[in-house]
Design a protein around this ligand. Structure first.
Ligand code: UDP
Ligand code: MG
Length: 157
């Protein structure tokens, strides 16, 4: 029996990735999708939307006391974003490594922020930072009917 058909491998980790409004304005959506596809992750949900204020308030609830919070909400509301759910082995940790440091000035070349951004406050992409947070963020941004549970018989880790 091929390993990918066993239940243990079908129940996969998922993460929320969002191309932030600056990434959409700069036409980086395709480049970002490409990196996740070529790494071997599976796209299970994607939509473009103008983020509702309430969703952003929930999403960044833990940062609400920070001085940069009002500017962060303005930035995230400044135009449409592209929200995605990606699935695969260790996708949360690997995505964070692919995205790079929060402060783009410190993000290593080869990471998404390190290749596309220089500012902390215009850092192109969001990625969930733990499996628990990922589950909360996915249910905040997507309803279950928007997530597609498809079999990748071509390639699966
Ligand atoms: N942010 C900012 N100034 C800061 C820290 C964060 O503008 O000093 C913004 C930035 O867009 C960042 C987001 O707030 O991506 C969320 O911060 P977090 O610490 O969760 O960073 P991330 O998980 O996105 O790397
Ligand atoms: Mg974060």
């Amino acid at each position: 029996r091929h390993f990918s058909s066993s239940a243990a491998f079908r129940i996969q980790e998922r993460t929320l990735i969002a191309v932030k409004p600056d990434g959409v304005q700069r036409r980086l959506v395709g480049d970002i999708i490409k990196r996740f596809e070529q790494r071997g992750f599976k796209l299970v949900g994607m939509k473009m939307l103008q983020a509702p204020e309430g969703v952003l308030a929930d999403h960044y609830h833990d940062l609400r006391q920070k001085s940069f919070y009002p500017a962060l909400i303005r930035y995230m509301s400044s135009g449409p974003l592209v929200a995605m759910v990606w699935e695969g082995y260790n996708v949360v940790g690997t995505s964070r490594a692919m995205v790079g440091e929060t402060n783009s000035a410190e993000a290593k070349p080869g990471t998404i922020r390190g290749d596309f951004s220089i500012h902390m406050s215009r850092n192109v992409i969001h990625a969930s930072d733990s499996v628990e947070v990922a589950q909360k963020e996915i249910s905040l941004w997507f309803c279950s009917s928007e997530l597609v549970d498809w079999d990748s018989n071509f390639y699966q880790v």
